[in-house]
Design a protein around this ligand. Structure first.
Ligand SMILES: Cc1ncc(COP(=O)(O)O)c(C=O)c1O
Length: 386
């Protein structure tokens, strides 16, 4: 203690990593714990990055991203959402996670509060804590058929110290997709209270509802509002290891964004950005085939886990996670450790996704279907024994 900030001394691994560390790479374990599939990034994307290295793209570039990728992002976003995003609003980041940190740097300081709409991915809570802020969890309501956002719950969580709201749609871990009317109402609420909004849309293409992309705050917010729309390449194009993301931020922040990027990592890896550009330009077939795979996998999860008498599971509308509630479960971490040792299946503990989730587990269903089926049958056997 002493020189090191207390918040750092107290950091603990998440309930995803706590289960996984120690068993990573064990060939007997079927991994459903992290948010990724078993698909290697498509060859045409890898080839683009290799070609960039061979062209000698190994130098510093603009900290907000190469001109080519920022231009490509504008074309992609304009086409996808039918908008006209001002180029000053677009910054490339060295991962979506880093863009979460940047948004927190912009909105939060010591003593502030952020409302986290949950269940939510735990790293977001840590990013807020690192700024010295505290968090208030507002849980979506599990309506049985789908999870729902109740604006009264958000309103009730706001205090004079609240500075921002975080929402992730499509959601990790529930698979909830915010409807357009829910988004507009949330944005209105933020306007009324003068709050910043962090919209994490990294699963924007991972949708099973037929509305691709999922509704976005890019379609709703004006260009200079304190709204940070965060996104990345990891989940749509199987690029988790590339550490590449982007954000659309208030227009007047272009210069501060460049400075923040300089301080954080002096911009994303330059040749990775060539891969990202190719993903945007040529990746539509891959996106479609990956969604078809995960949609079929979602049905397998509903069949094998959703039907279990001890399980309550609202059907995921997007992303690639199921977040079942298990009757009588009071220690999700212990259950996940049991699943690892007895069933050789890696899953994530519910408690880590915010308040009131101790009775849940998270299953990532992005891996190949037959292997997923094997893992879920093992898990089902464990549920039978509970
Ligand atoms: C909700 C959410 N936001 C952000 C991220 C981070 O994405 P990236 O790999 O691009 O940093 C994840 C990764 O699992 C996520 O689930």
């Amino acid at each position: 203690m002493g020189a090191i900030r207390e918040v750092i001394e107290r950091l603990e691994l998440s309930g995803i990593s706590k289960v996984a560390m120690g068993a990573l790479g064990d060939p007997e374990v079927i991994p459903l714990w992290f948010g990724e599939s078993d698909i290697v990034t498509p060859a045409f994307i890898r080839d683009a990055a290799k070609a960039a290295i061979d062209r000698g793209e190994t130098f510093y570039s603009y900290s907000r991203g190469t001109v080519a990728l920022r231009d490509g992002l504008k074309v992609y976003l304009d086409r996808l959402y039918g908008v006209d995003v001002h180029p000053d609003r677009i910054s490339v980041a060295g991962s979506t996670m880093l863009s979460v940190v940047v948004a927190c740097e912009c909105l939060l300081t010591e003593g502030d509060e952020i409302v986290l709409i949950g269940p939510y991915w735990p790293n977001v809570r840590v990013a807020a804590q690192l700024m010295g802020a505290s968090h208030v969890d507002v849980r979506l309501r599990d309506g049985g058929e789908r999870w729902e956002l109740d604006l009264h719950d958000v309103e009730a969580a706001i205090t004079p110290r609240t500075k921002a709201v975080y929402v992730n749609t499509p959601s990790n871990p529930t698979g909830w997709i915010m409807r357009e009317d829910e988004g507009k109402a949330l944005l209105d609420l933020c306007r009324r209270h003068g709050l910043g909004l962090i919209a994490d849309e990294v699963y924007h293409r991972n949708v099973f509802t037929g509305r691709d992309p999922a509704p976005s705050f890019l379609e709703m917010a004006a260009e200079d509002e304190p709204v940070f729309v965060l996104n990345g390449f990891s989940k749509a194009w199987a690029m988790t290891g590339w550490r590449l993301g982007w954000m659309v931020t208030p227009k007047h922040l272009a210069e501060p964004m460049a400075v923040l990027a300089e301080c954080n990592n002096t911009g994303a890896t330059v040749f990775a950005q060539s891969g990202g550009l190719t993903a945007l330009q040529q990746g539509e077939d891959f996106v479609a085939s990956f969604v078809a795979r995960t949609r079929a996998n979602r049905d397998i999860v509903m069949e094998l886990i959703g039907s279990h008498p001890k399980v309550h599971l609202s059907e995921p509308e997007g992303a690639f996670y199921a977040f079942p509630k298990i009757d009588g479960l009071t220690d999700s971490l212990a259950f996940c450790r049991r699943a690892l040792h007895e069933a050789k299946v890696g899953i994530a503990a519910g408690y880590t996704f915010g308040a009131e989730n101790e009775g849940h587990i998270r299953i990532c269903f992005a891996i190949e279907g037959e292997r997923l089926r094997t893992a879920l049958l093992r898990l089902r056997g464990l549920l039978d024994k509970l």
